[in-house]
Structures are given as structure tokens and as C-alpha cells.
Design a binder for this molecule. Structure first.
Ligand SMILES: *[C@@H]1O[C@H](CO)[C@@H](O)[C@H](O)[C@H]1NC(C)=O
Ligand SMILES: *[C@@H]1O[C@H](CO)[C@@H](O)[C@H](O)[C@H]1NC(C)=O
Ligand SMILES: *[C@@H]1O[C@H](CO)[C@@H](O)[C@H](O)[C@H]1NC(C)=O
Length: 437
């Protein structure tokens, strides 16, 4: 209860994280010039809805503004991918479920250079079934938002992408919320990857075995909150390389069950900085790693540079356990010897192990909490592994009803979920589902 009251008090700080307004500038009610793709050669049950979407976009958005392109509820197949470039003041309403049937690479739906745009389903049941089990790591990504400004994407369901589910590449002023993403229990199944500036991502549920909601470089003023990594690889920052530039990021109310980590900052070599970041109010259960900073991440090839400089990073109010705290430390902060990290602060971070034994590990890391060293001369030092006892503030992490106990197979059809109405224990979603409005 205490934890929840505390979160609510912090709400004003949360919005201050953003550097300006997010979301479309024109309300949906003004985007009523309805353009039904059925008028452009599409039909329910179509074996390729792609050309009709492209045509509706080309005819509609460029001629009539504001505009709304609508795909009615029903099932559609798609084999021609679309790139919707340059529309402004438009919306894309997808109430049906589109199933991928071609294996061409790229992105099934890419939206580029949009301004004042909204992508959503009104019945909170629209989305894309990627059927990735048929062409694992050899097919398209589902949705990519490229260099767009003032937009939102919400109330969509993304299932089993052959590769990543949602990629947000640069741009600014976006709001992403009320999503259910369900991928296979294998790598390469990223949920949401975002880089750019001034983004608000909230109320997202991800099942997979790779990134849950992950920030990449360059990124600034990003607020990620109320995230449910339901048997997911877990959220991260990275992987990072040369000229990394990440600042002013806040993650809060992140609930992770199963998977690789509660949170990871990952790099191997590289240069640039990650600074002014807060991770607060995290709950995790039965993850492999917990709080994991690894600047020698073996899964990434060594990048040019002596290491990315990490500083002013706070982890606050964490409660979690890992599967085996000796095999994999619940807290490890392994910073680059060529750029020792500093001002890393752990405040009420209670991470423990299901085996009741745990170590923490630090390397070239300075700040407060766990094995971080104090002092103002930040010299490199070798990994130090220390056994610790169960922290007195630790309580067995809360569960949520609907937690998965195992991920989904990679060789069979993954069923389409519904979008949850709660993404973090005890907190309501920020905006109701469209279907409940
Ligand atoms: C990093 O920046 C340097 C200097 O501007 C440039 O030469 C180099 O190509 C950049 N590297 C990457 C990977 O962007
Ligand atoms: C450290 O980061 C926090 C959170 O972004 C920020 O509010 C604070 O101003 C930063 N501290 C310094 C000394 O820049
Ligand atoms: C989370 O896992 C539970 C348990 O299997 C499942 O019922 C629920 O649908 C999952 N959430 C989503 C949206 O996939």
C-alpha cells in the first residue's frame, strides 16, 4: 500500500519527464472524413489488403485533410507491405485482424514523416497476426514508425512477428499505449524498441523472449510506465555502441515475470554517454538476471570506443527475485574499465533470489548501494563478487492475475490475446480502452 501511495505522489514529476506535448494535435472527432478501404478494392476476407491500404492512403490523405482511413472488423490477409509517407492530420483505424501471408522482409506497415497522426482500433481488438512460426527471423517486422511527429498508436494487438513487433525510429512527440504484444519465447521477438525524443509509452503488455520496452540511442525525454513484461525477455537500454547519446529517461511501474531480466543496460565497448536516468517502482519475479548493467555484454561484438560513460542513474524502490542468485546475481553493475560509471544510486532496491542465496557484482562502478564504491576518484577496478543476505526491506513480490507461467512456442500458432486493463499491480491503466469509452 505504501508503495502505491508513493507512486501517486510522484505523478507530477512523471509528466515533467517529457519535453513537450505528445500525441496528435487534432482530436479524432475532427478526423471524420471517412475513407473506408472497402472503397479502394479491399474486402473482408481479402487475401491481400496491402494494395487497398496504400491506395486509400494515397487518394485519401493527400487530397482530403483531415482524414480517417478505416478497416472494418473482420479477418484480412496481407502480402504486400505498405509505406505510408508524409500524411498529416490523419488517422488509421484498424478494427480488423490482419494476418501476414508473405515472407518479404521490411515492415508490414511503415508510417514515415507523419504529422498529427493516430493509429488505433476503436473496438480494442484490431491488430496484426504475424504468424512468425511459419518464417522465423525471415520475414517482416509488423509496424515501424519513422521520423514522425505528434502521433499516437494505441489499442492494438500485435502477435508473433517473424522479427520485431513495433519499432519507433526517431521522430518526436509520440504516445504509445494500451497494447498487447505476444511473441514467441525466443530471441529476435522484440516488443517495443524506441529511439527519438519526447515519447510517452505506457500501459503495454509484452510476452516474448527478447526486448519488452527498450530504449535505444539516441534518445531523450522518454517516459515509460505501467509496463507488464509477462514472460518477456525484459526491458533494456541498448545494445549501445559508438556515440551513444541517451539522457532524461524515466521508467516507472514496470512489472516483469519470468524472462531474462528486470532491467538491463547493455553494451560492449562503445562511446558517448547515458545520463540522468531514473528507474523506479519495479517489481520482478523469477527472472534470470535482475538489475543488470553489463558493459561487457558478450552477446554484442566489441564496439569502437573505451566504453560508454554512465552517470547520474538512479534505481529506486525495487522489489524482485531471480531464479538463482548465485548463478546470476540479482544486482550486477559491470561498468567499462575505460569509463568507470559514477553517481549510480540504488535506493530501496530489494533484490533477492528464489534459492535464498545471492551475490552482487560490481566492476569500475561508483555510487551508493549494493557493492558500488564511494569516492570521487573513479578508477577502474576488477569485478568484485560479494555474497549478501536477504535485504530486510525485501518482501516476496506481488503477482498479477493473468501472469504467464511459460512463454509461447516458436513453431505453432500463437493465439491472439485481448488487451489487459491493468499493467502494474494496484495501478489502473492511464487511459481506458477505446472499447470501454
Ligand atoms: C561517431 O562519431 C565520430 C565523430 O563524429 C564519427 O567519426 C564516427 O563515424 C561515429 N561512429 C558511429 C558508429 O556513428
Ligand atoms: C540527475 O538526473 C535527474 C533525473 O533525470 C535530474 O533530475 C537531475 O537534475 C540530474 N542531476 C544532475 C546533477 O544533473
Ligand atoms: C499474460 O499471461 C496470461 C497467462 O497465460 C495470459 O492469460 C494473458 O493473456 C497474458 N497477457 C497477454 C495480453 O498476452
Amino acid at each position: 500500500m505504501l508503495r502505491i501511495a508513493f507512486c501517486i505522489l510522484l505523478a507530477p514529476f512523471a509528466s515533467a519527464q517529457l519535453s513537450g506535448s505528445v500525441g496528435p494535435t487534432t482530436p479524432l472527432s475532427d478526423k471524420s472524413t471517412l475513407c473506408n478501404i472497402l472503397d479502394y478494392g479491399g474486402n473482408i476476407g481479402s487475401s491481400d489488403i496491402g494494395p487497398a491500404i496504400q491506395k486509400a492512403f494515397d487518394v485519401g490523405t493527400l487530397v482530403r485533410v483531415p482524414n480517417l482511413i478505416r478497416i472494418l472488423a473482420g479477418d484480412y490477409d496481407m502480402q504486400t507491405w505498405v509505406t505510408l509517407t508524409g500524411g498529416s492530420s490523419w488517422a488509421f483505424r484498424l478494427d480488423g485482424l490482419i494476418t501476414r501471408t508473405a515472407t518479404t522482409g521490411g515492415n508490414m506497415i511503415a508510417v514515415e514523416n507523419a504529422y498529427d497522426f493516430e493509429f488505433y482500433s476503436k473496438n480494442s481488438a484490431g491488430g496484426i497476426q504475424g504468424a512468425g512460426y511459419q518464417c522465423r527471423n525471415d520475414g517482416p517486422r509488423l509496424i515501424r514508425m519513422v521520423t514522425s511527429e505528434r502521433w499516437s498508436l494505441h489499442d492494438l494487438i500485435l502477435v508473433d512477428s517473424p522479427e520485431f513487433h513495433l519499432v519507433i525510429q526517431q521522430g518526436s512527440g509520440g504516445e504509445v499505449y494500451n497494447l498487447a504484444i505476444r511473441g514467441a519465447d525466443i530471441g529476435g521477438s522484440d516488443g517495443v524498441d524506441v529511439w527519438g525524443e519526447n515519447y510517452w509509452i505506457h500501459d503495454v503488455e509484452v510476452t516474448n523472449r527478447d526486448e519488452c520496452v527498450t530504449v535505444k540511442s539516441p534518445a531523450s525525454n522518454i517516459l515509460v510506465e505501467r509496463i507488464w513484461c509477462n514472460q518477456s525477455g525484459g526491458s533494456a537500454m541498448g545494445s549501445l555502441g559508438a556515440n551513444t547519446s541517451i539522457a532524461n529517461i524515466l521508467y516507472q511501474n514496470v512489472y516483469t515475470v519470468g524472462g531474462n531480466q528486470a532491467y538491463m543496460i547493455k553494451s560492449n565497448g562503445g562511446s558517448g554517454t547515458v545520463k540522468d536516468v531514473v528507474f523506479q517502482d519495479f517489481i520482478s519475479r523469477d527472472t534470470a538476471y535482475g538489475l543488470n548493467v553489463n558493459q561487457y555484454w558478450a552477446s554484442e561484438s566489441t564496439q569502437p570506443g573505451d566504453g560508454i560513460q554512465l552517470y547520474n542513474i538512479t534505481f529506486k524502490n525495487w522489489d524482485g527475485n531471480v531464479a538463482d542468485g548465485v548463478q546470476r546475481s540479482p544486482i550486477q553493475i559491470l561498468c567499462a574499465d575505460g569509463a568507470p560509471c559514477y553517481d549510480i544510486n540504488l535506493d530501496d532496491v530489494y533484490m533477492w533470489s528464489l534459492t535464498d542465496e545471492a551475490t552482487w557484482k560490481c566492476e569500475s562502478a561508483y555510487g551508493t548501494g549494493a557493492c558500488l564504491k564511494s569516492g570521487s576518484s573513479h578508477k577502474s577496478y576488477a569485478v568484485e563478487t560479494t555474497t549478501y543476505t536477504q535485504p530486510s526491506g525485501y518482501t516476496t513480490p506481488t503477482t498479477m492475475s493473468g501472469d504467464l507461467t511459460a512463454g509461447f512456442g516458436s513453431t505453432t500458432l500463437i493465439p491472439t490475446p485481448t488487451i489487459p486493463t491493468m499493467f502494474y499491480p494496484g495501478l489502473p491503466q492511464i487511459s481506458p480502452l477505446m472499447k470501454n469509452k
